[in-house]
Design a protein around this ligand. Structure first.
Ligand code: SF4
Length: 184
């Protein structure tokens, strides 16, 4: 069994998601689950896989997302605490089941999305200040890539000291045809 113990599970309601009233949560793990990522990517149709930094993003139905890191699982979009726990149990069972069957699965290393979360992340202030309503710049970067939020939701990015980063980020987003989901 690859994933045996969840060290901590925090469920919270992000400030920027109050309209949709969805919950976010983060599980921190004892074990490194990254060996299963290319097999999960094959079996569950990973929306994006960053092999170098070991980040796998899974897009679920009804606006739910699961982001897997080596020792962290972030779940976005649960409608209540019960569903948040059910999603964690579901991905935990998928991780262990798919890892057990990995010899029969062809690993997949490609990703479906052109925009890379890590490239967005590099162009953020990287202070994890939470002013955007997300617990980390990584969480914000993931939400931004999906079009769920906009650059204006990161207030520090508009400070003079981050102007060069912001301009590079705007150019990067434009080069990939990014737009917010609610944009016309
Ligand atoms: S507001 Fe910007 S700098 Fe602060 S955590 Fe969010 S993305 Fe990072």
């Amino acid at each position: 069994m690859l994933l045996q113990r969840i060290k901590n599970y925090e469920i919270f309601r992000p400030k920027m998601d109050t309209i949709r009233e969805r919950l976010h949560s983060i599980a921190t793990l004892e074990e490194d689950i990254s060996p299963v990522f290319p097999y999960l990517n094959t079996e569950l149709g990973g929306w994006d896989y960053d092999q170098k930094n070991q980040v796998l993003l899974l897009k679920l139905a009804a606006g739910k997302w699961i982001t897997l890191h080596a020792r962290e699982i972030a779940i976005r979009g649960a409608r209540d605490i019960e569903e948040s726990h059910a999603l964690l149990e579901w991905i935990k069972s998928q991780i262990n089941d798919i890892y057990a069957r990995r010899d029969q699965i062809t690993p997949r290393y490609t990703s479906q999305a052109a925009l890379k979360v890590i490239n967005i992340l590099k162009l953020l202030p990287l202070t994890n200040c939470k002013a955007c309503g997300y617990p980390t710049c990584m969480a914000y970067a993931t939400a931004l890539r999906e079009g769920e939020i906009s650059l204006t939701d990161c207030p520090p990015l508009w400070e003079e000291q981050y102007r060069e980063k912001r301009q590079k980020l705007q150019a990067y987003l434009e080069s990939c045809g990014w737009r917010a989901l609610d944009a016309a």
